[in-house]
Design a binder for this molecule. Structure first.
Ligand SMILES: [Mg+2]
Length: 413
């Protein structure tokens, strides 16, 4: 698999910049959005206002003390949401793998599209240019091999920044930074680390791991990995499914292992087929079992309603080392989970599900062209092929937007 590229994009002083754009008299002046009433808080501060120490979420009276000459502007969330949608549309020109973080901030997995746009740097430049064209606003961009690196690079470059950190430069960037820059290191943990003399990420990485583990438990490993620049968290796009599952209730309660095995096999195969069809893999296998012997009943909530019997529901999960779309592996895993349960009583329902989804080979994702709506050609082609046979129609290959991964392979790309 090719190198992973994650991009973090974040609009600069988003609300305040929009107000400065729309009110030329505010440009170059300290602008504070929100906090127009006595008890309000600062929603956003322009860079001119930040120079006075004004920050988001600061009480309005404090912002007025720090920067009495600022222009205080009422926030207009509807307008900001409209601009946010424009920015999101630009992201979607570049990759379908978008994880929104806030109205003005998102992670993009660009691994599958860097080839189409001339490399990660060219893609990032294009993103900045397109956002400026569409919104007349600036956005900062960080690019790196992991989410954390991309996010830090974005912050370091602000405002109007563009910082790309290749894997070999990750430590060079991280080392001098305060440990507080690491994901999840808040004031409490930061103080604790400071007591060990750990102030920078380099100092954290050099610290004795056993001592750290004694002090912080499991957490220590996670921190050390982040300090090394390792961060396996994927970009979770809003279009990714959360899980795939199949279950069935038996007509007659079942205890026979052969019957159980047959049901679990069928469910595993169906789940795997659906997951493969949609181009995903999953890491977490879950077995769901409902016992046939009722344990009490739920009291009726309404007069005349029957009491609802309660059948105990058991679930068991296993996280695989690698994400899978293999029915045989899912089957082995659920059978293992079933045997571990050691049940000696009949069951009435069995379910198998797969979650922790990732796109299969992100670089093999179907290519897409800028400003193209989701591909509706695929199903139509399938239908034509079914009716007239293969070879009846082919996609045009001169438009990169229509080249399928299969065609790319054939063309040796
Ligand atoms: Mg921002």
């Amino acid at each position: 698999m090719s190198e992973r590229w994650i991009l973090h994009a974040d609009m600069d002083a988003f609300y305040a910049s929009i107000e400065q754009r729309d009110h030329p008299e505010l440009r170059g002046r300290p602008v504070i959005v929100g906090a127009t009433s006595a008890r309000g808080v600062v929603a956003a501060a322009s860079y001119e206002a930040r120079a006075f120490g004004v920050r988001s979420a600061m009480p309005g009276f404090r912002a007025r003390e720090l920067c009495p000459e600022a222009a205080f502007v009422q926030s207009d969330m509807e307008k900001y949401a409209r601009v946010s949608a424009q920015v999101h549309a630009v992201f979607a020109e570049l990759t379908p793998e978008i994880e929104p973080v806030a109205l003005d901030e998102a992670f993009l997995d660009i691994t599958g599209s860097v080839g189409l746009f001339g490399g990660p740097l060219a893609l990032a430049r294009r993103l900045k240019r397109r956002v400026r064209e569409e919104t007349a606003l600036t956005i900062s961009v960080g690019v790196g091999p992991t989410k954390q690196v991309a996010k830090i690079a974005c912050t370091l470059g602000k405002p109007d920044g563009l910082l790309l950190v290749p894997r070999e430069a990750v430590r060079w960037m991280l080392d001098p930074l305060p440990v507080r820059r690491i994901w999840g290191v808040g004031p409490v943990l930061g103080d604790k680390l400071a007591r060990f003399g750990i102030r920078t990420i380099a100092e954290l990485r050099a610290f004795d791991p056993r001592t750290l583990e004694r002090e912080l438990g499991e957490r220590a490993h996670e921190l050390l990995a982040l300090a090394r620049g390792d961060d396996p968290r994927p970009v979770v796009s809003d279009r990714d499914p959360k899980s795939y599952g199949e279950e069935s209730t038996f007509e007659r309660d079942v205890i026979d292992r052969e019957q159980i095995s047959a049901a679990l096999t069928a469910h595993s195969e169906t789940v795997a087929r659906r997951v493969r069809h949609d181009g995903f893999r999953g890491r977490v296998v879950t077995l769901k079992v409902k016992l046939a012997t009722r344990r009490g009943q739920r009291e009726p909530r309404l007069a005349g309603e029957d009491a609802e019997p309660i059948y105990p529901l058991l679930t068991r999960q296993k996280t695989l080392r690698e994400p899978t779309d293999d029915g045989a592996l899912i089957r082995r895993t659920v059978l293992e989970l079933w045997d571990q349960l050691g049940l000696t009583e009949p069951v009435r329902l069995l379910g198998v599900s797969l979650s922790g989804m990732e796109s299969r080979d992100r670089e093999q994702l179907e290519l897409f062209a800028p400003r193209r709506p989701p591909d509706r050609l695929g199903p139509a082609l399938d239908a034509i092929h079914e009716r007239f046979g293969r070879g009846a129609i082919h996609r045009a290959v001169d438009d990169p937007g229509k080249i399928t991964p299969g065609m790319r392979k054939k063309r040796g790309e």
